[in-house]
Design a protein around this ligand. Sequence first.
Ligand code: BGC
Ligand code: BGC
Length: 851
Amino acid sequence: MELKSLNNKLKILTPLIATSFALVSCSQEKAPDANIDQAEQHVEVSKTVPAFWPVVANPIQADRSTEKRVQEILQSMTIEQKIAQMIQPEIRSITPEDMRKYGFGSYLNGGGSFPNQKKQSSISDWIDFAEQMYLASIDASMDGSTIPTMWGTDAVHGHNNVIGATLFPHNIGLGAANNPRLIEQIAQATATEVMVTGIDWIFAPTVAVVRDDRWGRTYEGYSEDPEIVKAYSAAIVRGLQGQGNQFLGDDKVIATVKHFLGDGGTEKGDDQGNNIASEEALYKVHAQGYIGGLTSGAQTVMASFNSWHGKKNHGSYYLLTQVLKDRMGFDGFIVGDWNGHGQVKGCSNESCSQSINAGLDMFMAPTDSWKPLYYNTLAQAKSGEIPMSRIDDAVSRILRVKVRAGLFDKPSPAKRLLSGKTELIGHPDHRAIARQAVRESLVLLKNKNNLLPLPQNKNILIAGDAADNIGKQSGGWTITWQGTGNTNNDFPGATSILDGIKNKLADSDANIEFSPQGNYQTKPDVAIVVFGEEPYAEGNGDLDNLEYQRGNKRDLALLKKLKRDNIPVIAIFISGRPMWVNPELNASDAFVAAWLPGTEGQGIADVIFRKRNGEVDFDFTGKLSFSWPNSPIQTTVNRYDTQYNPLLPYGFGLSYSDTNIIADNLDEEIETLNSDLIALNLFNAPWRPAIVNESDVELITSNNFSGTSIKYQTIDRDTQEDARRIEFTGDARVMFEIQDNFVFDLRGYADANAALSFDIRRNHAEELPLYLSMRCEQECNPAIDLSNLLKTAERKAWQTVQIALACFSNKGATMDKIIAPFVLSTNKPQIVEIAKLEITTTKSKNVIECR
Ligand code: BGC
Ligand code: BGC
């Protein structure tokens, strides 16, 4: 059966393989049964690019002298040096000695990664590190390349890994400001602060057009609509790289338009998930930021983790080469995302000729796998598995960008124009731009009885746990990757929202009381409550619906308490996305969507207070660039939808001259959240098998894996590869699990009384312990001994087991933060086979309930 279908597949593929290999001029003869995955990848070559994909006018014309220089350098390079240009390791896994030995084309620091891994690294620590790496890269004493390396960083809302930097509102707030001129200034200021630390290259802008607000990266997007995204992308790239004779001048950095392509359009907003948009929608919606960015001469593009119709972009010859390079005319280079190549079918973090053949020019190889990746890529280049023409093209692109950026002519990082000008980090001019951006990003959703703007002569209570919390107001990608674990002391020069209000009212007749819990001595005339989402980044922020503080309405209770005391309430809502807050809207008189404003909390007081003389100071100008949902499950509500019924539409935003339109009695009823709960198949992505040995997690990336304590194999029960065989040697410390890359919120399923369901078969007749458990973000150990549940008579036969999620939560599993929903362990050697592993609301009558 297996063989037959394989043969059929091959028959269809053979003619295509022949033409496509000819097109990529692969020098090696392949046996017909060679790697199917690779064959599938090349099949795409025959697809023609529809006419709607445009040729993008590139303002940076390829000039002869640059090209001549690139070719001269290329000619002088060994194959080893070329491969090294194509590898970008991370500062946690290389030393300057590695740089000297290999001569990497680039390196990065990931979110929350600092020189010497010191969060408090000073500006000179950053420059010293850049200097060491650079000098190592041009040192010809070993066999490295002598080509200047370049450092890339995620300065995604200011230079956000650096203590003291100006942090701008996250992109979602900038989208509401809809001011391209301001955005260009933000980009310039960011470029300046980055140059001060000796860094050459920024992984921004993110031009995702976000279609489902459950996505954990919603705040990294400017809008759900391509209009703003396109204009902004052009403006940011201009601001970062400069233009005309300023292009990549001494105070400019290289920009990256990311993540190509369709990251904001994955099904259910699943981070790194699958986008099933039609090709036309892919162009009209998701590609517009690239049109904008390339029109301004963006020099690099980052490939996206997501798939398009089930195929990972990191392996898509069609999207990377045919569309982006060949049609749109992109002549810079494509960098991968964090081990993104490892997710391509048939690849691992350590080996992926598929990606390079598809058009990726530089691997982002942030873990120790950079080394095997380097040697494997080298071997693939030598064997012809990657054609030399492809290697030369990739390296030429990298060199072209380096020549354009002046890297061969500039002095070392420590000696560059802005290096070490510490006073430019968090410079007042930059903070003023950020503060203006905060003002312009605020969207006024409700303003009953024109409560705002407030006069400066009242008794004011300031409450809520975000009022004096700069980390929370800045969100993810703030010093640390997730934006958690920071205190106000980590933000020298920054202003919390509370501080902003205090500054504004310093010489007024107002009285301020501050109590996060909302307690007061003197009855206030008005309360300002600042609350919202905790910081998160990437998939850790994925939600299954948009209800704010689901199951724990702490902030609502606070708003209601103040209401009961007859105090008018102003809500300042901090969030990375629109959320369903009907109860909170009802409990507030005025409601401001403040997004994630960053370090200049002063911008909020600027707008919500009048001047001392009673005049309006700054009015609200922000307008929603994301539609606001009218229910927790209205997660994909977007401008121009045919059935469009948001609570508040795209473009909505009150100003002081408008009359409030939101009533006090919005529907608070939550319809069945379970209506779209389809069974979660735990054998499918994002779920993946792993072996856990105390804190060591080893992903199983092969269908036939042999570890010291556990062996794993995919087997056929009813259909091809529909079951898993796990062989335990009996080491109870080593567990087998099915896990997600990110913490998973199973509350929707738990509330719907779903069960973990699977078929199981064991190979022995005697009673042997077998523990089933879940792994949570925080310690939790809800182990259940399965041997008690399995029917004795049928020990060696397949049987179905269904255990309600409540059984795990009763034993302490935190359903909102599950890493692995299926963990097996035992202290007795045995073989266990599992099929149909899912979380489902469809249950048999034998389900084990633990209500
Ligand atoms: C890094 C981030 C990166 C993430 C990806 C983190 O450890 O610091 O920059 O995006 O891993 O998984
Ligand atoms: C993110 C990218 C980021 C990279 C480096 C990845 O996980 O998706 O946006 O640039 O890490 O930190």
